[in-house]
Design a protein around this ligand. Structure first.
Ligand code: UDP
Length: 320
């Protein structure tokens, strides 16, 4: 297929672009390089430096759009909600209008577990009513709602993939954020010599060891779900899938995995909770398993091993 990937110079977008190219697709990456890196765009993809607001005629003849480009920091979204409405909502609206004008039949969107806010059920199914609690979650859910309307009114085959916690790398494609807020890369900075200790944000949660529980998914498994979503897309239907492993790990369990993978004792300090962090977020991916035929192949050990190899060398054995 002829595909356009927005945000293909970023972490997840570059990994999925590499998988799409390996599967034989023709890929154009559109990225404004506001947070992405041009050298992360996989060789073989055509690169266009542009905002999603100004996608112009780059969608002509496309069979599908995979839309990763977004602002994605919860804390920043609380401080500067306008950035999230302008980039994620206004930008996605402009992109969808361009999709409609060009008659592109398939659209796969990076949605998020943040749509669910702080649900009191676990695991979280797609039937849980979205109730986002910060502008990042609001902005992503707003686009999900747009897709429902565009599918119904204009026949778009749309899929929202609600990511839980994503980690790991695919060879030289991995996580390179200027401001790193995520747990695994932050922990690995200690054995990498980039910081002395790591912080545990909250050790008084109502969980077995007091630290928050999340569902970590390998980026390669996440990427495979995008290819399946494209292949199974149906005109006029908006589908929503939660993507996670179905297993929760506490911050301390992730820290222990990092210690054993790196063979470093990684000193850690308990700090106050990070505002807005829910206690537990674990996905039910039963729907993705049933309708996409998807299931994750890799676990927390591979996630940490591949993130560590990426951080050390930028080059690691590829998982297909
Ligand atoms: N966390 C932590 N120390 C860090 C970074 C994150 O204890 O240096 C915790 C964070 O409070 C949350 C979990 O690790 O409970 C996962 O955070 P992350 O930012 O990776 O993903 P989120 O679940 O917030 O999207």
């Amino acid at each position: 297929m002829k595909l356009v990937v927005t945000g293909g110079a970023g972490y997840i977008g570059s990994v999925v672009t590499s998988q799409l190219l390996d599967a034989g697709h023709d890929v154009t990456v559109v990225d404004d390089l506001s947070t992405g890196h041009e050298d992360a765009v996989p060789p073989g993809a055509t690169f266009v430096r542009a905002r999603i607001h100004d996608i112009g005629d780059h969608l002509d003849g496309a069979d599908g759009v995979l839309h990763f480009a977004a602002k994605s920091l919860v804390g920043e979204s609380v401080e500067s909600p306008e950035l999230y409405w302008e980039n994620n909502v206004v930008g996605s609206f402009a992109l969808l209008e361009a999709v409609r004008a060009a008659g592109v039949p398939r659209f796969v969107f990076s949605s998020t577990a943040a749509c669910y806010g702080e649900p009191d059920v676990s695991p979280i199914t797609e039937d849980v009513t979205p109730a986002p609690i910060n502008p990042y979650g609001h902005s992503k859910y707003a686009v999900d709602l747009m897709l429902t309307g565009y599918a119904r009114a204009h026949g778009l085959g749309a899929t929202s993939l609600r990511y839980f916690n994503v980690g790991g790398a695919r060879g030289r494609f991995g996580e390179r954020h200027a401001v790193e807020t995520h747990l695994i890369p932050n922990v690995l900075m200690v054995p990498a010599g980039k910081r002395e200790r790591m912080n545990i944000f909250g050790d008084d949660y109502d969980t077995p060891d007091g630290t928050a529980v999340r569902d970590y998914l390998h980026v390669v498994d996440l990427g495979r779900a995008h290819l399946l979503a494209l292949d199974t897309s149906e005109a006029g239907r908006h589908r929503v899938f939660n993507l996670g492993s179905g297993t929760g790990y506490s911050v301390r369990e992730v820290l222990d995995t990092c210690r054993s993978v790196t063979d470093h004792d990684i000193p850690a300090d308990a700090q106050p909770r990070r505002p807005g962090d829910p206690t537990t977020l674990v996905a039910s991916s039963a729907r993705a398993r049933a309708e996409l035929g998807w299931s994750p192949e890799y676990g927390i050990d591979e996630i940490v091993t591949d993130a560590w190899d990426f951080m050390r060398s930028g080059v690691a054995a590829e998982r297909s």
